[in-house]
Design a protein around this ligand. Structure first.
Ligand code: ARG
Length: 392
């Protein structure tokens, strides 16, 4: 087995320095770039990897796989971590790790590597996934080990070794972006009392700068998966891109949260997830229409665990698989449409319909068309409360 390592390469400063650092230690570095919708890996990034000493750069477009195999299951499960985070970064990690392992196998490589720090969740997700899929692969995490103590030192090292980094383009934040959302952290955001400055957000407009007129959109689902917009069938990438643009124009999908990391640290995170927010709002409403009360309640409990598994890097685990079986069973009736209105930051449901809907207008109505015999309620309530009579 050759001393080859497959590095999860983003094109940024950290992973570019990782290439050189690994090459200096005798590794043949294959830089792997996954296109998850962060913007196509640019030729500049590929050149940078080569200049830093990568023997090879491998790029894979995994956008479709990301949506259908990771985001849709999360949407079907209504997975939201700690009530706020739609898990865009967390969902991409097992996918990227799976591809790292696959590229390693094809290249006969001995190791995989990532550019995560020792403080975050991403190291956990990459490494746990890699170990699940192939425990014989070595895992290298240069950022946890190397001698650099600041970004300035890294930049100095990069310049010294002629790695073409564009220091002027550097954002004051750490940003991770894909089709499902953007995660923004560090810089001035590290003070949790400081309001995110206007330059924090990548795509979503501030409510006061949002479009003046509300937009209405109808999202159509087929067994829990979004398939239509305004009655037209769309491919998954087009559908998500369309909703990302629409939500961003109407200031929908921003959040600013304190979050509990796997390693025990609390962190302040700013998220943007326009399409995810619209789809989740619509999906939850469709379920309220087609699922009975007990199913809905249990499914909400499952959603918390499902989100936790995604967050904690436990995607390829037996519990996650078992929960998928449950969730998929619940989605057999999740076919229908939800109409939403987007306006200056709000995303409100204004209509819903499904051939599997449990809503019966003739039971709910207070008009003369009423089919419900109100007298039956009297004995029902008597039995319903029987166990508690006189116990107060
Ligand atoms: N806190 C989020 C998570 O753990 C986002 C991490 C973002 N990563 C980054 N490199 N900026 O999923």
């Amino acid at each position: 087995m050759s001393k080859t390592v497959i590095l999860a390469y983003s094109g940024g400063l950290d992973t570019s320095v990782c290439v050189k650092w690994l090459a200096d230690r005798g590794w043949r570095v294959v830089a792997f770039m996954a296109n998850v919708g962060q913007g196509d890996p640019s030729s500049a990034a590929i050149r940078r990897a080569k200049a830093a000493g990568a023997a090879q750069v491998t790029v894979r477009d995994v956008r479709r796989e990301f949506l259908t195999e990771y985001c849709w299951p999360a949407l079907k499960a209504d997975a939201v971590y700690e009530g706020q985070y739609l898990l865009a970064t967390a969902l991409s990690r097992p996918l990227i790790a799976k591809h790292l392992v696959d590229v390693a196998h094809r290249a006969g490589a001995r190791a995989i590597a990532h550019g995560c720090t020792g403080k975050g969740n991403d190291q956990v997700r990459f490494e746990v996934t890699s170990r699940i899929l192939d425990p014989s692969l070595e895992i290298l995490a240069p950022v946890r080990e190397w001698e650099f103590r600041s970004r300035e030192q890294e930049i100095e090292y990069a310049l010294k070794h002629r790695i073409p980094i564009d220091v002027s383009k550097r954002s004051p934040y750490s940003i991770d972006q894909n089709l499902w959302g953007t995660s923004i952290e560090s810089g001035v955001l590290e003070n949790p009392w400081t309001e995110p400055p206007a330059d924090t957000f990548r795509s979503i407009r501030a409510p006061q700068r949002a479009a003046a007129k509300a937009a209405t959109v109808v999202v159509g689902f087929t067994r829990g998966v979004p398939t239509h917009l305004n009655g037209r069938r769309l491919g998954e990438i087009a559908l998500v891109e369309r909703l990302n643009a629409l939500g961003a124009a109407h200031a929908v999908g921003r959040s600013d949260v304190i979050e509990s990391r796997v390693v025990g640290i609390k962190s302040r995170e700013v998220y943007e997830a326009p399409a995810g927010t619209i789809l989740l709002t619509a999906h939850q409403e469709l379920e309220r229409l087609v699922c009975d009360r007990e199913l809905l309640k249990f499914k909400q409990e499952v959603a918390i665990t499902y989100a936790h598994l995604i967050y904690a890097g436990l995607w390829f685990t037996p519990l996650k698989k078992a929960l998928d079986a449950f969730v998929n069973a619940t989605q057999q009736r999740a076919t229908g449409e939800v109409r939403l209105k987007l306006y200056k930051g709000s995303c409100q449901v204004v209509g819903r319909r499904s051939r599997y809907g449990l809503y019966r207008e003739r039971l709910a109505t207070y008009s003369a068309q009423d089919d419900f015999d109100q007298r039956t309620a009297r004995d029902f309530i008597k039995l319903y409360g029987l166990a508690y009579e006189g116990s107060g």
